[in-house]
Design a protein around this ligand. Structure first.
Ligand code: HEM
Length: 479
């Protein structure tokens, strides 16, 4: 029997924009209304700014794939991330973005999945050691099982993976805590900065609130880059080595040192925040759905004792669990674009009444268009029983025709088009490796007294109260 995991339900409609902004103060989910999960295109005038919520499949493709230059990344993306990642690939547009993307793609080709596998394996081993050695902050997992915040454990292991991949060195305990706390604060303030920016507060004022925490993270990254550059032989094959060596075939240029720091700051954040979010949601879903967990365990124990790069590719059910997790709890729950150059019309077909003529909305220059995997993945007109956790949707032979269509057209955890995430395969490899190891050694249960995660939509999807689970060693479960 499929389970329906709890999720923060959208609130009833209110026409009062200030009340809506107040609701979105601590989580952007507060801005959503019930009907946003039923309509093709939402439209709102936010203190003079035209804001659209795009759910329609054809319009999604038009904006994100076909007319990318007329709908670039919205400047708010740059404003809230600039203190942290400068002008790195994620938030810039045009030629500046295209050159960076060519260099990053080149570096990813050098530091391929098979090559980064040993770094992932080492981080996974270190995670297991931490969980088995009962460190005080993770609790005692060795005897009857104990309750831990799996979100903290997943944040640590994914940060360790990305730092080992980029810089050929592990993350140490003290630095991990300091950096994660600074990023937690940055996330909270950035979500608020976005709301304040909607209220037209000046950009510099809004950014100032973010600078202190950004500096903690940037200084740490700058330090570890310098440390690594002092031993060039250490990292011939790591991602920093590949980024240093990348040369743009069109301009003949490489990353400058300053650009490199921005880029690594972004890759560090993109590479661990999103994966940590996805892995903690996956663990929580498996703890709630013991049948799915048993099926995944059976798949894991059918693999060779030591999971290799090749054997990981046999984890079909594991991959389906991960994809279904990304559908229900997408780590990047929204992204935004801006209309530039000239006014246009946005035309959509009603999903509830497809026989009606398409409706058209004026989209002036400067309009903000929001795309939300959180909404589209739970939209009433796309996925059958959208709120149920059913990994079978992603398995050949068990998915319905509607689900196969939705996988192609209404599943976008990594975005769409030329700005699509280049780290998707990396994230899946890392997630399967970590999940396989966890499920092999522990049975996961929800925390006994815990009310469950409080999902909060910020830069990434996180739980405001952590994700408390009980980990019982498999040896104890058998007895
Ligand atoms: C489950 C894990 C991940 C998810 C859900 C995710 C999601 C996304 C999304 C939605 C975007 C595009 C946003 C937009 O169109 O505005 C993006 C961009 C990006 N991601 Fe990821 N990501 C993940 C992991 C990673 C990893 C592991 C890396 C690198 C190691 C990475 C590197 C990037 C980069 C460089 C971009 C910018 C691409 C561009 O603008 O051209 N991501 N990611």
């Amino acid at each position: 029997m499929a389970i329906t995991p709890p999720w923060p339900k959208p609130l009833p409609y209110t026409a009062n924009v200030l009340r809506r902004l107040k609701r979105g103060w601590s989580s952007w989910f507060g801005l959503l209304n019930e009907w946003d999960f039923r309509i093709a295109l939402g439209e709102l005038n936010l203190l003079g700014l035209r804001v659209f919520l795009v759910n329609d499949r054809t319009l999604l493709r038009r904006v994100l794939v076909q007319e990318v230059d007329a709908f670039p990344k919205h400047p708010y993306t740059l404003w809230i991330l600039e203190p942290l990642i400068g002008r790195a690939i994620f938030s810039v547009n045009g030629d500046e973005w295209a050159r960076q993307r060519r260099l990053v793609d080149q570096a990813f080709q050098v530091a391929q999945l098979e090559q980064v596998f040993p770094a992932m394996e080492a981080a996974k081993e270190a995670m297991l050691e931490r969980l088995l050695q009962q460190p005080p902050d993770l609790g005692d997992c060795s005897q009857q099982g104990s309750e831990i915040d799996i979100e903290a454990a997943m944040t640590w292991v994914t940060a360790d993976v990305i730092v080992r991949t980029i810089l050929s060195r592990p993350v140490q305990e003290g630095e991990a805590r300091e950096v994660f706390e600074a990023f937690g604060r940055y996330q909270r303030k950035a979500a608020r900065a976005l709301i304040l920016r909607f209220a037209r507060l000046p950009r510099r004022w809004v950014q100032r609130s973010l600078t202190r925490d950004a500096l903690v993270i940037r200084q740490w990254i700058q330090g570890v880059i310098e440390e690594r550059l002092a031993q060039p032989e250490a990292g011939v094959k790591d991602l920093l080595g590949a980024l240093l060596a990348a040369v743009d075939p069109q301009t003949g240029s490489s990353f400058t040192t300053e650009e490199l720091v921005d880029q690594i700051c972004f890759l560090f954040l993109a590479g661990h925040e999103t994966s940590a979010s996805a892995l903690s949601s996956a663990c929580w879903l498996l703890a709630l759905d013991q049948e799915a967990q048993a099926q995944l365990h059976a798949e894991v124990v059918s693999l060779p004792e030591v999971v290799t790069y090749q054997s990981l590719r046999q984890m079909r059910y594991g991959a389906a669990v991960f994809q279904e997790t990304l559908r229900l709890y997408p780590p990047v729950s929204f992204f935004i674009r801006e209309r530039v150059n000239e006014e246009t019309e946005l035309s959509v077909q009603s999903m509830e009444f497809p026989q009606q003529a398409p409706s058209t909305s004026r989209c002036p220059v400067g309009s903000l268009l929001t795309f939300s995997p959180w909404v589209i993945h739970r939209h009433d007109d796309y996925w059958p029983e959208p709120h149920q956790f059913r990994p079978e949707r992603f398995l050949e032979g068990t998915a319905s025709n509607q689900e196969i269509l939705c996988r192609k057209e209404a599943w976008l955890p990594y975005g769409l088009g030329p700005r699509k995430c280049p780290g998707a395969a990396f994230a899946q490899q890392e997630a399967l490796l970590v999940l396989a190891e966890l499920i092999k050694h522990f049975q996961l249960f929800p925390g006994s007294e815990d009310p469950g995660p409080q999902w909060t939509g910020r830069l990434t999807l996180r739980s405001a109260s952590g994700v408390v689970l009980k980990l019982v060693p498999r040896s104890v479960v058998k007895n």
